[in-house]
Design a protein around this ligand. Structure first.
Ligand SMILES: [Zn+2]
Length: 439
């Protein structure tokens, strides 16, 4: 059992869209990691035996939820060897073998803990090498490791040579193959299922390739039916209007990256009969694109084709964000950690990008990464806000993040299901941070 905790006289940032701030509150956390009281400090009675954290002058927010993450790499540009048609099959086989999986479990653990220490208390993965994330999740759930709550996907489902294949994908073309891949992941304990509905940026083979529809609507429908029968939500990588439309029609619950929207798509997001809960959400990942667009190619070393695709995808995503805000479509947050320039210490930068480039207020961005993400992932009964009965996933900060998002870069402490991490140990990649700070 953990020690119960009292966080006293702290300023609570609620995480609602209005940016509500509660000065002088006390938060009591039981030994079971559940919040017992969150309200005015003057009315709080701290029971004996509670470890006190003095919150005066500090700010606390609900733990961040990263709804689009990968844990297989650290955010440095992906090795050319791993992306090369001649070597990718061999390397993928190795990574899925016993030695490669031991290596991947080590990386997964380091990257998941790096996110936790950076304030991310819940992670949904959307494309893993094999089942290494399930293994780390189990260690965390057994209490062997203080880690974030993880909803692992296992390998995503893509057509042969489609986006993410073969490195982080089961290859599936027909509805039967798609169903089989989904069942394999579910049998290994997947808590999310991911599809590549269209091509992507990093492995684009020509200009405009990123949004080209790949998996058929029939195959995606089969995946959704299979996953939904197990109560599991389906995410689809979709980077063009046509790709998003097909994924929504198939019943996909969360559109990853996203695109511009027309009336049919807006209606489908809001009322999607084939989705698990009757609606679908958009989860943009600006960090995965902006550096490729903004930074000089002498630094990024990406080809003209990749850069042109990144520009196209960025415009589509920004247009989609505007439509989501205007039409009350659930807009979540994901960092796309592990892809080029998206490190595990930088989930906060996604909020910064949403504010500076996506037109959100800081309150809307913080709302999206806490309460909205919790609702999108079906975890809003337990997560996303600071209230009695909710899990004590909290981040203590030096400054008010609504005024200075950058304070999220250095949490004073992180509380994960009631366990206090007093001096978060964050691993940063300075060369990348310096470049990201330049635009
Ligand atoms: Zn991704």
């Amino acid at each position: 059992m953990k020690a119960p905790v009292a966080l006293t006289h702290v300023t609570v940032i609620a995480g609602d869209a209005a940016g509500t701030v509660h000065p002088e509150w006390t938060v009591l956390v039981g030994a079971d990691g559940i919040i017992e009281y969150a309200g005015p400090a003057a009315e709080a009675v701290v029971p004996p035996g509670y470890a006190t954290i003095a919150g005066a002058g500090k700010f606390v927010i609900p733990g961040l939820i990263n709804a689009h993450a990968h844990l297989f790499s650290n955010g440095k540009p992906l090795s050319k060897v791993y992306m090369h048609p001649k070597t990718e099959q061999v390397l993928t086989r190795f990574m899925r073998g016993p030695l490669g999986q031991a290596l991947m479990r080590g990386r997964t653990k380091r990257n998941a803990l790096n996110q936790l220490h950076s304030g991310v208390t819940t992670i949904r993965t959307v494309g893993d090498v094999a089942f290494e994330v399930m293994a780390i999740r189990e260690r965390i759930e057994r209490g062997e490791l203080v880690g974030p709550r993880i909803l692992p996907s296992g390998p995503l489902l893509a057509i042969p040579n489609g986006h993410g294949a073969p490195q982080i994908a089961h290859e599936a073309e027909t509805p039967d193959q798609a169903r089989t891949g989904t069942r394999i992941n579910l049998s290994h304990g997947a808590r999310s299922i991911k599809i590549s509905a269209t091509g992507g940026v990093t492995d684009a083979k020509g200009i405009g390739h990123a949004g080209t529809p790949e998996m058929s609507e029939e195959a995606m429908t089969a995946i959704c039916a299979e996953a939904h029968a197990a109560g599991v939500l389906v995410a689809a990588h979709a980077q063009s209007a046509e790709g998003v439309r097909r994924a929504l029609r198939a019943g996909v619950d969360t559109i990853e990256h996203g695109s511009s929207m027309d009336d049919e798509m807006i209606a489908l997001y809001r009322d999607n009969p084939r989705s698990l809960r009757g609606w679908s959400a958009m989860i943009p990942t600006l960090q995965a694109c902006l550096p490729l667009v903004k930074l000089d190619q002498s630094f990024t070393k990406v080809s003209d084709v990749v850069k042109a695709n990144a520009e196209f995808v960025l415009e589509e995503m920004l247009s989609g964000i505007r439509s989501a805000l205007e039409n009350d479509i659930a807009l979540g947050v994901g960092s796309d950690s592990s892809v080029t320039y998206v490190t595990h210490s930088n989930t906060w930068r996604e909020l910064d990008c949403l504010v500076r480039f996506g037109g959100l207020t800081a309150a809307q961005a913080l709302h999206a990464v806490t309460q909205v993400n919790a609702r999108i992932l079906g975890l809003d009964q337990q997560l996303g806000s600071i209230a009695a009965g909710k899990a004590a996933d909290l981040v203590l900060l030096e400054q008010n993040p609504l005024e200075a998002l950058r304070t999220l870069q250095h949490p004073v402490s992180v509380i994960a299901r009631g366990t206090v991490i007093e001096h978060p140990a964050i691993t940063r990649i300075e060369a990348i941070d310096d470049q990201l700070d330049s635009f």
